[in-house]
Write a protein that binds this ligand. Structure first.
Ligand code: MCA
Ligand code: AMP
Length: 519
């Protein structure tokens, strides 16, 4: 089969865009034809003479410019992509590789060394991108739309992250609804600053850009000054980010001298759309951004399991503090505890149905079953319809924290810190924070005679957890001898102490010894 002849729509469409620039990285440009060629080589190298990977999981950790060629290569060989996170410590990388039951690993550059111990320990082949690119192109399988395409790991209420499986047709639905709603075209030029192991970075930015034949410029990681430099240097049409990034960009603008500020604001004139999502966008941030750039951020709502569900309009009034209305092809409703839809103005759980909704969690049939009710996916988010638009009010579970757009599980973090030899008990809670949305905070009861510092605990935590999961504020408490409420045992009292109800007299509380904070 020729490289052009592919049954996966996003790939077959690329043939129409030929030599147009697809991925831009510093001064390097990868055209659509080059990605098609590279992905065909990677697919052939992975197949190594076999007909089809038949759903083998291929976990990979590569630099942003190679990401698409690897993703498409795995798809074209009939594999399932499992993107790994570049800031994860070994323990988390190993968890994803083990849980997804990966058959092959792919890495390049500094990531080869990172994955080598896991490959050795698990006796898995570790393939290097440059070697794969030397493969000659052989016959590639036809890959049907119902086949699983991707597993993304997301934190839940049950501790360890779960693998969310989406098929090619679900991914296509997640892409096309955004192409239609936000009117992507091949004239678009977007700057990509997000990680590539979540829907926001993978689907909303990268896949939408490549579906449209647009140009996607990448930065290895977010840096506010670099982003402003590029805004000034290029003529981007689109930008998408989490609220924390807009907060950082505003701070950089405020710190800049007046002449540079003027340039920064001027540069925003080339944009036709700027989007915020992954966490609630504070109205104050929306207003400040409008003041300095002239753009009213379009806020939308989504989730790893469903892609995007709700969006403010591209044309027409964007309501601050609201996430708009259902995207094309997506059905959304708000229900009460019994699963019955509630009238406008009443709050309830948000449920979603549609062609982009995932198939289930990887090898977790029970949790997959429990996450649906009457064919609707239960998001766990509480929402209300107000004046015809949806507002997200919060989550049903306090065990889920959103920090800088990342979703983390308080239970998972507690479990790790409880294993520390000097910690008798602990509780983790998200506290409202102007920069992070929520900040991960931990209350700790040390074992008798033991003392702990924030710096030490962060270092210790970062060896076991992604850095964004590691608490950045710590409350040291005396003995665990108080009476708590009954929801999660005694320790749930910490949530009360660490939260805004810190001074509430309704709860008996222990003596906080120290409140230690960083950042
Ligand atoms: C970095 N740190 C964090 C976070 N990120 N701490 C808490 N929460 C975070 N999100 C830590 C670093 O490890 C570092 O610790 C310290 O904070 C300062 O790091 P800094 O370099 O300033 O941060 P950064 O590396 O610039 O990262 C900030 C960021 C990043 C760019 C906002 O967190 C990010 O890319 N967030 C977006 C995540 C995302 O794409 N979410 C989408 C998933 P130390 O100083 O100790 O080293 S949600 C999704 O996909 C759904 C479908 C949706 O709706 O979109
Ligand atoms: P994730 O599991 O990482 O895909 O995160 C999905 C969660 O992010 C949702 O369940 C919401 O809690 C939250 N979220 C995404 N977009 C928004 C938004 N615009 N406003 C409030 N919460 C959001």
């Amino acid at each position: 089969m020729k490289s052009a002849d592919c049954s996966i729509s996003i790939i077959s469409r690329a043939t129409c865009h030929g030599s147009s620039p697809a991925i831009v990285f510093e001064d390097h440009v990868l055209s659509y034809s080059q990605i098609l060629d590279q992905s065909a080589r990677i697919a052939s190298g992975l197949l190594n003479g076999a007909d089809d990977l038949n759903g083998s999981r291929v976990a990979f950790l590569v630099e942003k410019p190679s990401y698409t060629s690897v993703q498409w290569g795995i798809w074209r060989a009939g594999g399932i992509v499992v993107p790994l996170c570049e800031v994860h410590p070994l323990r988390e990388l190993d968890y994803v590789i083990e849980d997804s039951d990966a058959n092959v690993l792919i890495a390049e550059g500094i990531f080869i060394e990172r994955l080598e111990p896991i490959a050795r320990h698990r006796a898995l082949p570790l393939m290097r991108v440059p070697d794969l690119l030397f493969s000659s192109i052989g016959p590639l399988p036809q890959v049907g739309p119902q086949r699983p395409a991707m597993i993304l790991y997301t934190s839940g209420t049950t501790g360890k992250p779960k693998g969310v499986v989406t098929t090619h047709s679900q991914i296509e639905a997640q892409i096309t609804t955004l192409i239609e709603a936000w009117e992507w075209t091949s004239d678009d030029h977007i700057l990509h600053v997000l990680p590539l192991h979540h829907v926001h970075g993978i689907i909303n930015i990268l896949c939408c850009a490549l579906w449209a034949g647009a140009r996607c410029e990448t930065l290895p990681r977010f840096d506010a000054d670099q982003v402003w430099d590029l805004f000034i240097k290029r003529k981007f049409t689109l930008f998408m980010a989490v609220p924390t990034i807009y907060v950082r960009l505003i701070t950089a603008w405020e710190k800049a001298p007046a002449s540079r500020r003027k340039q920064m604001s001027e540069a925003c004139k080339s944009f036709r759309l700027m989007v915020s999502g992954s966490a609630a966008l504070p109205v104050s941030v929306l207003e400040k951004w409008r003041e300095i750039t002239g753009h009213t951020l379009l806020e939308r709502y989504g989730m790893t399991e469903i892609g995007m569900a709700l969006s403010n309009p591209l044309h027409g009034k964007r309501v601050p503090g609201a996430v708009g209305v259902p995207l094309p092809g997506v059905e959304v409703r708000v229900v009460d505890e019994a699963g019955v839809p509630v009238p406008e103005g009443e709050e309830g759980e948000l449920q979603v149905r549609g062609p982009g909704v995932f198939s289930g969690y990887w090898r977790r049939p029970q949790e997959s079953k429990e996450s649906f009710r009457d064919g609707w996916f239960c998001t766990g988010d509480v929402a209300v319809v107000d004046g015809g638009v949806y507002r997200v009010l919060g989550r049903k579970s306090i065990d889920i924290i959103k920090t800088g757009g990342y979703k983390v599980s308080a239970l998972e973090i507690e479990e790790v810190f409880r294993a520390h030899p000097d910690i008798a008990d602990c509780a983790v809670v998200g506290v409202e924070d102007p920069q992070w949305g929520e900040r991960v905070c931990i209350g700790i009861v040390p074992k008798p005679g033991k003392s702990l510092t924030m710096d030490y605990l962060r270092d210790w935590g970062k060896q076991r957890l992604a850095p964004y999961k590691v608490p950045s504020r710590m409350l040291i408490l005396e003995e665990p001898s108080w009476e708590g409420d009954k929801t999660r045992g005694e320790i749930s009292l910490f949530e009360v102490i660490c939260s805004s109800r810190i001074n509430s007299s309704n709860y008996p509380r222990p003596t906080p010894r120290t409140m230690i904070s960083r950042g």
